[in-house]
Design a protein. Structure first.
Length: 320
């Protein structure tokens, strides 16, 4: 009756969220007196999961599943859960896993709690703490179904090393044509940059940059910090940056350890989408910008003067 986690990967390499999920699962497994099983899709090396408490890996290797397919992946997770007699299935809160969660819950006739931010408050009854109202509040959710599906909010638990003895097992699920009703025509990938979803630090720019020709300011700051670059909705709507970099409630949600907003006033939709970030820094010429009300640190000043100085200071600091 092990806990089952879906360990996400990209191009065969496990993502950081997989290790956070494993760390969380180990703590839950300890409280339930059980073990942790991870399910992977076409991952080349799963041994690292042993560092974070995973006892067993079910490895699925199938070219049909080379690209993410929510329906097919959910079907495989459901089969793995039944094989392992799982009572708790854990997913991340990435875009892919959010698509998956409801399908997995329906297939397993399970209750589902998204945006979980802590270990279960109680296991009998089973209660978890979640964010609500675009991260403006918390609620306590009780799941009464036999099987539970949880979506762990990114960066809400952290990565904790707990070494275990890992066993690996090839898992060959039954796939049907109905699993592949949706055909993926093309996939756009950003290469050579830190992905927003995996980034610990995100540097985001808004209309305060005045034009796409000034975007180098954002890229230079991101480069020295090892950060991902992002933008506000108006910037992507104007065509300055691709829509894949748009973060906020209507774009990609961000839960980074550090979020730096440059020239972004802070519309409520943007704030809602990045509010889970642990430390928020804003640089803006307008002292009345809404972003200052939610920021941990704020600089009132011209980005074209502040950011270059910040970059130089960071270079000196890193050199030390």
């Amino acid at each position: 009756m092990s806990i089952l986690i879906y360990a996400e990967s990209a191009e065969g390499k496990l993502k950081k969220v997989a290790f956070e999920l494993a760390s969380y699962a180990k703590k839950v497994a300890n409280s339930l007196g059980t073990t942790v099983t991870a399910l992977t899709f076409n991952s080349t090396d799963t041994s690292e999961l042993s560092k974070y408490g995973v006892d067993k890996v079910l490895k699925v290797n199938d070219t049909k599943l080379a690209q993410f397919n929510a329906k097919a992946y959910a079907d495989v997770i459901q089969q793995a859960a039944k094989k392992e007699s799982t009572k708790v299935v854990l997913l991340s809160s990435t875009t892919d896993s959010t698509y998956l969660a409801s399908l997995v819950a329906v297939a397993l006739e399970a209750g589902y709690a998204s945006n979980v931010v802590g270990l279960p408050i109680s296991t009998s009854p089973f209660q978890v703490k979640r964010t609500a109202f675009s991260n403006k509040a918390f609620n306590i959710t009780e799941i009464n179904t036999d099987i539970k599906v949880l979506g762990l909010a990114k960066n809400s638990f952290g990565i904790i090393e707990t070494s275990t003895s890992l066993t690996e097992e090839d898992f060959t699920p039954t796939l049907s044509d109905n699993d592949f009703n949706i055909k993926i025509e093309s996939t756009e990938k950003v290469s050579g940059k830190v992905a927003i979803a995996d980034a610990d630090i995100v540097v985001s720019g808004g209309r305060g940059l005045k034009g796409p020709e000034n975007w180098g300011l954002i890229e230079d700051l991101a480069s020295v910090l090892g950060a991902a670059t992002a933008c506000s909705k108006p910037v992507s709507d104007l065509g300055w940056r691709p829509h894949g970099e748009h973060v906020g409630q209507t774009g990609k949600p961000v839960a980074a350890n550090l979020y730096i907003a440059v020239g972004i006033s802070g519309a409520i939709q943007h704030i809602a989408g990045i509010n889970s970030s642990k430390v928020k820094v804003v640089i803006n010429t307008d002292p009345e910008a809404p972003f200052f009300k939610v920021a941990d640190y704020g600089i009132v000043g011209d980005a074209f003067e502040v950011v270059p100085q910040l970059i130089e200071k960071l270079k000196v600091f890193k050199g030390q």
